[in-house]
Design a protein around this ligand. Structure first.
Ligand code: SF4
Length: 312
């Protein structure tokens, strides 16, 4: 059984909501089957739980900590003090640093904890950053070379929020000491190797270049409506949300929320283009070939695609 402490820093509770929605397995299952001992979680711990005492015991070496989960960006403002986000007058960034040094494994739950996320975008008034990344730059609260007791970097379960099943399955693998391969951004490769584009029900519209110009249609949202599915690694269309849907199925473009530069500082509902060509090509695709193929494909589109007869 692995001891787990889940702490929130500059968070909106999105990862907690995702955690509580997980079904495959659910967090209750992991607790009930004895995989994890949840020492503390802001939404699961009862009124008797004493976070301050727990933190003190872990720091003193009286309580072991196998898995530290951090939800939210690390707030370092104002002026590097971290006092915009404190617990009992102590900056949470210092608490996280101290707990990370005691933990067997540290997991950044969500894009904020992994890369800084929304608070770190734009002019970043709270001086927020991620645990081991600052947006796409290596090094955040912890230096990039930092390793946990188990010899691992911070494991980045990215997403805004991360997919519920990705959160709980990562915990389940760690609880059972099963191997967890990481990708170049220290995300569990198992959940971040497929593209959102793969499994999207609008794929055939994409192939034949049948693109929507307004939201709410049946076509592809890549060319005009900002969809980043072809360059975003996540399970959203292969493991559906709540077992039934995804953003693209519901007619909302993928915003690329598992990437370190999320949110992009452009209109999320509009594709950035140079003349008529999207600036960002699908992952691994060359611009010239893509455009040539698209023009041919559009001319060959079958009637069911041209007339938008397919249900998304
Ligand atoms: S809507 Fe997005 S994810 Fe779906 S096919 Fe088009 S580009 Fe791909």
């Amino acid at each position: 059984m692995k001891s787990v402490l889940w702490i929130q820093t500059g968070a909106c509770s999105g990862e907690t909501m995702a955690l509580l929605c997980a079904e495959n397995p659910s967090i209750e299952q992991l607790i009930r089957d004895g995989s994890i001992d949840m020492l503390w979680h802001p939404s699961l711990s009862g009124p008797g739980a004493d976070l301050a005492a727990l933190i003190a015991a872990i720091e003193a070496g009286e309580q072991s900590l196998d898995i530290l989960c951090v939800e939210g960006s690390i707030v370092t403002g104002p002026h590097g003090t971290g006092m915009f986000d404190s617990f009992r007058k102590r900056p949470k960034m210092d608490i996280v640093r101290a707990l990370a040094d005691k933990a067997g494994v540290v997991v950044a739950m969500g894009t904020c904890a992994a890369f800084g996320g929304i608070p770190a975008s734009g002019n970043n008034p709270t001086d927020s950053l991620g645990l081991q990344f600052d947006r796409e730059r290596q090094g955040g609260l912890l230096p990039f070379e930092w390793r946990s007791r188990a010899g691992l970097p911070v494991i980045n379960v990215a997403g805004c929020p991360a997919h519920p099943d990705t959160i709980v399955r990562t915990l389940a693998l760690l609880a059972r000491d099963l191997p967890l391969e990481l990708d170049g951004l220290n995300r569990p490769a198992e959940f971040f190797s497929a593209l959102v584009h793969q499994g999207c029900t609008r794929n055939e519209y994409h192939e034949y270049d049948m693109e929507d110009v307004t939201l709410g249609g049946r076509g592809c949202m890549y060319f005009n409506l900002g969809c980043q599915g072809p360059s975003t690694q996540a399970v959203c269309n292969t493991t559906l949300w709540n077992g039934r849907s995804s953003k693209t199925r519901a007619g909302v473009p993928c915003f690329g929320c598992t990437a370190p530069n999320f949110p992009a500082e452009t209109d999320l509902f509009k594709t950035e283009k140079i003349v008529d060509v999207p600036v960002k090509m699908p992952l691994g695709v060359a611009r010239a070939q893509y455009m040539a193929y698209k023009n041919l494909a559009k001319a060959a589109a079958p009637e069911r695609v041209r007339l938008r007869k397919m249900e998304p």
